[in-house]
Structure formats: C-alpha cells, structure tokens
Write a protein that binds this ligand. Structure first.
Ligand code: NAD
Ligand code: UDX
Length: 445
C-alpha cells in the first residue's frame, strides 16, 4: 500500500524533527503532527525562530515544508481519522509511582495514544512505535487496540536513533533504520509500506527488518552500549587522575583499535539527556523481572559510575578550596545536557550546580540556548524548591572573561566557551574542551 497520509502523535524532540525530514523527503505524503500540548503546537506553527526544538538545520526544513505537506495540529481525533499510518512518538519517562517506580518505563502516554487510535479509527491502520519501549510492548498495544476497536491494526516497531544536536544529519544519513514487524502476510505488507518511505533517501542495505521484539530490545541495547562506553572511559579517568596517565591519550590509544573504534570515548562529567538513564533503568528492570539479577547488576553499574563521576567533579572543585565553598563565586557554563540543543533533561549541570549551591557557593549560570525560565523551572523541580534564590543568577550573554569569579565550571561542550578569557580563575573543565588552551589553574575531569 502506498502511504499518502501520515499522522505522528507527539510533537517533541523526536516527533518534530523526524516528521519534518520525512515531509522533506516525501513531498507527496501529507504529514500531520498532533500533540495534546496545544501551546507546543502553537509554537510549531509560530515564528520560525521560536519553534519548540532547537536543532541545527531544523528551522530551514520547517520553512520549506510547513503548511505545504507538513502540518502541526492540536486535533488528535482528525489526525487519527485521516491517516493510514500513525507514528507514536510520545514520551516514555521512568515511572514515578506504582509497580516499578524509579526503574520501569511509564507507558501511560503510549497507552493513552493506543486508546485514542482505537477510539477514532474508522478504517484499518498501521501503527508504529517510534517511542523507545520495553521489549514486548507491542503486545500490550495490540491488546488495547483489539479491545477498543473493530478495525484491523498492524503494529510495527521503528525505534529512533537520532541524537540531539545532530538530529537532522542523523535522520538524513542514518547508520541504520530498524523496522520490526510480524512475519505474517499483513505484517510483511505493513513493513513494506514503511520501507518504501525510508527508501526515498536511505540506502536499501541500511534498512534492517527484524521481528518486533528484536527491534524493541535493540533500541534499549544500543543506548545501553553507548552509555556503557562513556561510563567505562569515565571510570578510567578516575584512575588517570591518581596515576598521572592522561585520559585523552588513553581514549586515543584505545579507540585506534578498529575493533573498539574512536567514538563515545570522551571522558566527561557524566552523560545526561532524556534517554540513557531511563533506558538503562528500564533494561535493569526488565532483567530483574526475568530473574536475571547478574545482568541487571551489570547494567546498573553504568548508572552508578555516571553518578560517581558527577560527585567526583563536585569533590574535585571543593577539595581545591579546602572543602569550603561558602560565598565562592562560581560561573556555571552550560545547562543543556550537550551542545547544540536547548534540552536540559537529566543534564549533569542540574545535579552539579545543586551540590555546589548546597556547599554555600554563589552561582551564575550561562547557557546559549536554554532560557532563564527553563533553568529556574528545572531548579524548582529537581531541587524541590529547596534553594536560596539570592545565590543563583542567570547570565544572559556569553561572558567575555571570568575575572570576577573564583571558579568556572564547564558542564556543556558549547564551542563558545573556548573564546572566554579565563585569566586566573580556577577552571574545572567537565568536558575536556579547553585542554590545549594553556589556561592556568586548569582542572580536567
Ligand atoms: P518529548 O517529551 O520531547 O515529546 C513527547 C510529546 O508527546 C510531548 O510534546 C507530549 O505533550 C506528547 N504527548 C504525550 N502523550 C500524548 C498523548 N497521549 N497524545 C498526544 N500527545 C502526547 O519526548 P521525545 O524526546 O520526543 O521522546 C519521545 C520518545 O522517543 C521517547 O520514548 C524517547 O525515549 C524516544 N527517543 C528520544 C530521543 C531524543 O533524543 N529525545 C531519541 C530517540 C528516541
Ligand atoms: C542518545 C543516543 O546517542 C541516540 O542514538 C539515541 O537515539 C538517544 O540517546 P542523545 O542523548 O541525544 O542521544 O545524545 P548523545 O550524543 O548520545 O549524548 C548523551 C550524553 O553523553 C551527553 O551528555 C554527552 O555530552 C555525553 N557524552 C557523549 C560523553 O560524555 N562522552 C562521549 O564520548 C559522548
């Protein structure tokens, strides 16, 4: 079946960029992105410099496709009715209450989507899991669809591998596109119609078709592998600090082995982002629920090292000042979890800054893309309103120098930070981006 109408439920960091790229590459397909958050939809339809997701290259694509074959709408019902293929790109955060709280993925948004799809569908549809989901979620989705509707649905898994900050490039030149579906006549037909869409710009050999469970689990496993590499190199950075070895030299030496490869070996103050921690927690939960405690412990240690690294960074700052940070002026450089995004979910900055604040420091925060209101809403949410506002200030423009500060802490790898004159300030570089800059009082992770 040649698809003419696609709807994506969820206009976030995945739904927005992914659908924009499909719209660009498939001008004959009409794509509607719907979301229950109508103010987010208003922003997608508003001024191009204020769309909800900052991602290099995205606004140009939106300019070319918006209101031509790409539409953003709050009308979920009509979005579902009109589509032959529906992507679910809603959030799947870690559960906060109930069974599996703090570990399992919260599937309430996915389940709500499935119920809406069942309720509003008047003819057969292909439903695609774009969200990252625990293995065997498709079974639950099929159950909900079957119980609540008379029409036929084919459920495919098509996890997204884009990384924020490079999402457009990742979508244009995906390492692979993974499509999991049933090995039945209708399953194969559904897979074929999705393959036909990606084939418009992705080479055939990079489109991998598997069974649904392999596809679902591959996504969790891929994120776990990437995070594990970061925790591995971060654990070695602690040995480097004790032994006098240099972590960047170590990364290079390790990464030159073609079996290992050079990527994701950059030591840092710890990985952040909305995916790694929650997906590993989810994997740990799944492992334990299958009675695989050793497997669960193994993956859980990736998160433990990540927490250790953030604490190590704070301890290092504190130890240079004889464990007394009271009234020390600290400039926090970077609030986003990585460069080239305005996303601060699970950013190391939120955690490190809280600890420094609790040790009595006076803190200025600068980030080129995260707004002041977002910074303060993160602080209120994650520090649980337990902070002294008079000791926290948001800086609106990139500081030219850090002379007025005792400490500068680099927590996001924004290129701009290389231009600052650090003078005699003690610089703690949580991303090792200033290494060759010959700065006095320089500490790397
Ligand atoms: P997000 O929070 O940015 O966006 C999700 C959107 O879904 C929100 O705008 C929310 O309002 C909307 N939504 C939730 N429930 C809804 C419902 N029932 N009906 C309509 N709209 C609803 O999340 P995201 O970062 O885009 O992630 C989405 C999924 O993709 C997650 O499962 C995530 O793990 C996965 N993923 C994310 C990334 C990433 O880099 N952010 C990469 C790969 C995969
Ligand atoms: C990740 C996966 O890379 C992507 O495939 C998946 O679809 C979503 O999750 P994302 O979280 O957006 O993407 O960014 P990523 O580039 O993976 O960085 C995650 C965190 O790891 C960032 O905080 C980054 O600074 C950190 N990182 C990355 C390191 O500390 N060292 C590295 O070598 C690489």
């Amino acid at each position: 079946m040649s698809i003419k109408n696609i709807t994506c439920i969820g206009a976030g960091y995945v739904g927005g960029p992914t659908m924009a790229v499909i719209a660009l590459k498939c001008p004959k397909i009409k794509i509607t992105v719907v979301d229950s958050n109508s103010s987010k939809i208003d922003k997608w339809n508003g001024p191009i410099d204020n769309i909800p997701v900052y991602e290099p290259g995205l606004s140009d694509i939106i300019k070319k496709t918006r209101n031509k074959n790409l539409f953003f709408s709050p009308n979920i019902k009509s979005g579902i009715e009109s589509a032959e293929m529906i992507f679910m790109a809603v959030n799947t955060p870690t559960k906060q209450i109930g069974e599996g709280a703090g570990m399992a993925a919260d599937l309430k948004y996915v389940e709500a989507c499935a119920k809406d799809i069942a309720k509003f569908s008047k003819n057969n549809k292909i439903v695609i899991e774009k969200s990252t989901l625990p293995v065997r979620t498709a079974e639950k989705i099929k159950d909900i669809l079957k119980k609540n509707s008379k029409v036929e649905f084919e459920v495919l898994s098509n996890p997204e591998f884009l990384a924020e900050g490079t999402a457009i490039n990742d979508l244009f030149k995906s390492d692979r596109v993974l499509i999991g579906g049933d090995n039945t006549k209708s399953g194969k037909k559904a897979i074929k119609s999705l393959v036909e869409i990606y084939e418009k710009w992705i080479p055939k050999e990079k489109i991998l078709t598997t069974n649904v469970w392999s596809s679902e689990l591959s996504k969790l496993a891929s994120n776990a592998f990437l995070a594990q590499r970061i925790s591995s190199i971060n654990s070695l950075s602690a040995i480097c600090e004790k032994s006098g070895a240099d972590i960047d030299e170590l990364s290079k030496a390790i990464g030159m082995d073609h079996r290992i490869g050079p990527h994701f070996l950059k030591a840092s103050v710890g990985f952040g982002g909305s995916c790694f921690k929650k997906d590993i927690l989810n994997l740990v939960y799944i492992s334990r629920s299958y009675g695989l405690d050793e497997v669960a412990d193994y993956w859980e240690s990736v998160i433990k090292i990540n927490d250790f690294q953030k604490n190590r960074f704070v301890k290092k700052i504190s130890s240079v000042f004889n464990n007394n940070l009271k009234n020390k002026k600290i400039l926090i450089l970077g609030w986003a979890f990585k460069a080239n995004t305005n996303d601060s979910r699970e950013s190391a900055s939120i955690y490190v800054t809280e600890k420094l604040h609790n040790l009595g420091a006076i803190i200025d925060i600068y980030d080129p893309m995260v707004s002041s209101s977002k910074v303060f809403s993160d602080i209120e949410l994650f520090w649980k309103f337990n902070f002294d506002k008079s000791r926290i200030n948001f800086v609106r423009t990139l500081p030219k120098s850090t002379y007025q500060y005792d400490i500068a802490a680099i927590l996001t790898e924004w290129e701009d930070f290389k231009e600052i004159d650090y003078g005699n300030t003690e610089v703690f570089d949580g991303r090792n981006i200033l290494k060759n800059k010959k700065i006095t009082n320089y500490y790397e992770i």
